[in-house]
Design a protein around this ligand. Sequence first.
Ligand SMILES: NC(=O)c1ccc[n+]([C@@H]2O[C@H](COP(=O)([O-])OP(=O)(O)OC[C@H]3O[C@@H](n4cnc5c(N)ncnc54)[C@H](O)[C@@H]3O)[C@@H](O)[C@H]2O)c1
Length: 274
Amino acid sequence: MEHLFSLKDKVIIITGATGLLGSQHAEVVAEAGGIPILLDLNQKNCDELSNRIQTKYNVEAVGYKVDITNEEEILENVALIKKKFNSIHALINNAANNPKVEDSSEKAFSRLENFPLSVWNSDLAVGLTGSYLCAKHYGHLISTNANGGTILNISSDLGIIAPDQRLYRRNGLPDDLQPVKPVTYSVVKAGLIGLTRYLATYWAEKNVRCNAICPGGVENNQNEDFLKEVKSRIPLGRMAKKDEYKGLVLFLLSDSASYLNGSIISADGGRSVW
Ligand SMILES: NC(=O)c1ccc[n+]([C@@H]2O[C@H](COP(=O)([O-])OP(=O)(O)OC[C@H]3O[C@@H](n4cnc5c(N)ncnc54)[C@H](O)[C@@H]3O)[C@@H](O)[C@H]2O)c1
């Protein structure tokens, strides 16, 4: 049974690897015997995570400071990885500018009427352009394998439903200062679904599969009012725990999912069916 979900010796690129969910993806790759390649903006954080994973799971893990909006940095990293590992088997497009409810109090700028073009550009640069650049270079490398490999895009429940802006309201603020989930989040997450379908056919003849998951929100120190409201909109009555996507990520990376291609999989406690 275990072999169904084995990632033994598979080299797997994870972008945004030191964040809340990226580190969970890294853990499950290592737990299944794979070699996680951790990409993020801060080398120290990458090193800390790779050390922790190596010690805990006794597998190789390596972290690189790579800004995925910078094609030169990606190309340099691809050359390094090729030299060190020869080939890679999978890419998880996980990095995004991820606005957190916890720090949304001063986010009047999040409203569409005030939303700065510079923030739009930088959110799209990470979430969409970065994913395209990683697919272009790491995905290409995967497509040169004799047996192909897989790409997993991390979308969101907000890739398929609109944000319920009532969730983000703060008492005592006038309407035009109420924080909202920024427009870029919806656009990036829906865009990743388009990228998933595109990539699912693009290298299909080379056996490169591409799927997306649409996770619901993870409970992570949000304020009580928000938690109460959001839970009432989720059939399972709670937000996700940060380790609750590990099984799905492992499944999609493993050979068990060898016939899944172009699938957009919700994992949101039922939020998007209500
Ligand atoms: N946390 C949630 O509730 C939730 C829910 C649904 C979907 N998601 C999605 O899951 C993914 C991970 O979310 P998270 O909660 O771990 O976010 P996070 O903010 O904790 O992690 C994101 C990571 O991406 C990195 N990053 C940002 N710009 C980068 C760049 N240019 N190059 C390389 N790395 C960069 C950040 O440094 C950070 O470590 C995101 O795509 C997010 O939208 C998260």
